[in-house]
Design a protein. Sequence first.
Length: 186
Amino acid sequence: MIAMQYSLVLPADYDMGIIDRRIAERGHFTDGFPGLAFKAYLHARKQGIPASSDNLYAPFYLWHTTEGMNEFLCGAGFQGLTQSFGWPSVRTWSVWHAQMSREIAGARYALRETLQIPPHADLAALRRAESAGSREMLSSRDVLATLAGFDPTNWCLIRFQLWDKVPDRRSDGQMQVYDVGHVSTG
C-alpha cells in the first residue's frame, strides 16, 4: 500500500466555496477507482473551525496498488486539477499499517501528523510501535480510518486518521486538521 497527498495552498482571500463546489460536483468521479482504498477530499480554511494557518485543498489517498496511483496521476482527473491549480508536489509514504471502518464515508474531519524520524532510529521497533498505535486509534468510536507510514527520502513518519467529529488531540509533531468534503472508496 502507498499513501499520497498533494496540498494546494490558496490565497487568504480565496473563495473556498469554489473548492466546496468542486468537491460536490467531482467527488464521485473517484468512487470505485481501480486500486484505490480511499480518497478523502480534504480542505481547510484560514477562517474555519478548526482554523488553519492557510486555505488548503489537500486530497489524501490510500492506494492498494501503485498501478492505481499511476493510472490516476496520468489520467484526466489529475490533469484537470493541474490545469486549474498548477503542478503540485505529490508526497508519498510507504504504509506500515492501515485500517478502515465500514462507516468511512461518514468521515467529517481528518488529521495528518508528520514527525521526523531520528537518525539511526530502530525502524523495525518504530514500525511495530506506530502500527500498534494506528490499530489502537481505530478502537476509538470517533475514528473511521487510520494509517501509519513513513517517507524514507525525508525520514519522516505519518499518522493519518479520518474522524466523524473534530479530533481533540495534542501533537508532538507537525499536525494539520482538515474538513472532509467527500470520501471515495475503490
